[in-house]
Ligand binder design. Structure first.
Ligand SMILES: CC(C)(COP(=O)(O)OP(=O)(O)OC[C@H]1O[C@@H](n2cnc3c(N)ncnc32)[C@H](O)[C@@H]1OP(=O)(O)O)[C@@H](O)C(=O)NCCC(=O)NCCSC(=O)C[C@@](O)(CC(=O)O)C(=O)O
Ligand SMILES: [Mg+2]
Length: 289
């Protein structure tokens, strides 16, 4: 089972209080942000705070840093200053081309070598936030062995589409589906976008349920209150686990009788159903830890 990334919580990189407590809320990952949550005048202070937090504090989860785009005046300096702290992952915003991933991969390799980190220690993820980026989703996802996921940055994506965000999310449906397909083709995870109204739990849960159904592995979140909501949506129910066990038992018995297909409660059980049942059990096991 790959690493769980049900909840990836953004933490503004210029907020010392939030950086200090970010690990206590149970998120699978924290993303210390140097990009859009940080004003241009605060970039330098934020880099320093993020470096110190990663170096000095122990987080019980994956620690990622969202740097500015490599082609902005800030991206390379972000990497230069935070890589020596050895974050688990660098998340790139507004990715539009495989070359951006390759360039950052090279910078990370140089830092790993300079600081005696094992090669490949620091992973990468990239957010697709424009129509142009979406066209390159597979190329981006497969541009480096460091790539652990691609994400959709929905707020920027919607601005690029020149539309507005609805509760039902129709405007993002096509992009979300394409993003999951590209991630699966590349064999990496797919992460959904943030939901900005932290007080609207009902719509958050509906959206989380929908994106789980589309195949996403998790969601970027902006507030601790969204973490457990997300985990609850992704938790396999007792009925799902019990059903998965019955599927595997029935299939084993079928194989013993030299048959590759069997009916359980009137429904056909064959190998893709078995693969799904195995995933439910592996997932239930992983979320218990
Ligand atoms: C929204 C709000 C201001 C509300 O604050 P409030 O203080 O009213 O919240 P409360 O619930 O009252 O907080 C209760 C307690 O939790 C603490 N607490 C809250 N949030 C915490 C947190 N994030 N980390 C650690 N701690 C936290 C707080 O300090 C308090 O602690 P305490 O005082 O001890 O009780 C706050 O959450 C926040 O700043 N969120 C992060 C915003 C951010 O990073 N945006 C950029 C990334 S998105 C983007 O860029 C778009 C994107 O790029 C995305 C993509 O690519 O996917 C795209 O295009 O779509
Ligand atoms: Mg964005």
């Amino acid at each position: 089972m790959e690493r769980l990334r049900r909840s990836m919580m953004f933490v503004p990189g210029n907020n010392p209080g939030k950086l200090q407590t970010a690990g206590i809320y149970g998120a699978d990952s924290v993303i210390f942000d140097l990009e859009d949550a940080v004003a241009v005048t605060e970039k330098d202070a934020a880099r320093h705070l993020v470096y110190q937090a990663i170096r000095d504090l122990r987080y019980p989860c994956e620690v990622a840093v969202r740097v500015n785009h490599i082609l902005t005046p800030f991206g390379r300096e972000d990497l230069r200053q935070v890589l020596p702290a050895k974050p688990d992952l660098i998340r790139l915003p507004k990715a539009e081309a495989a070359q951006e991933i390759k360039d950052v991969d090279e910078i990370i390799s140089e830092a790993e070598s300079k600081h005696n980190f094992a090669p490949g220690t620091i992973q990468m993820g990239a957010a697709i936030e424009t129509a142009k980026g979406l066209r390159q989703a597979y190329a981006i996802a497969s541009a480096s062995p460091r790539m652990a996921f691609i994400a959709i940055g929905g707020e920027d994506f919607i601005a690029d589409l020149k539309t507005t965000r609805s509760k039902e999310g129709w405007e993002l449906f096509e992009a979300r589906s394409q993003l999951v397909l590209a991630a699966r083709e590349a064999g990496i995870q797919a992460i959904d976008t943030v939901f900005s109204d932290v007080n609207d739990e009902e719509t958050f849960i509906a959206e989380a349920t929908r994106i789980k159904g589309l195949g996403f592995d998790g969601k970027s979140v902006i507030n601790p209150r969204q973490v457990q909501l997300m985990h609850r949506v992704f938790q396999p129910s007792e009925q799902e686990v019990a059903h998965a066990r019955r599927v595997l038992t029935a299939y084993r018995e079928a194989l013993e009788k030299k048959s590759g297909v069997i009916a359980l409660d009137g429904k056909m059980i064959d190998s893709p159903i078995v693969i799904r049942a195995q995933r439910v059990l592996a997932y239930a096991q992983a979320v218990k830890k």
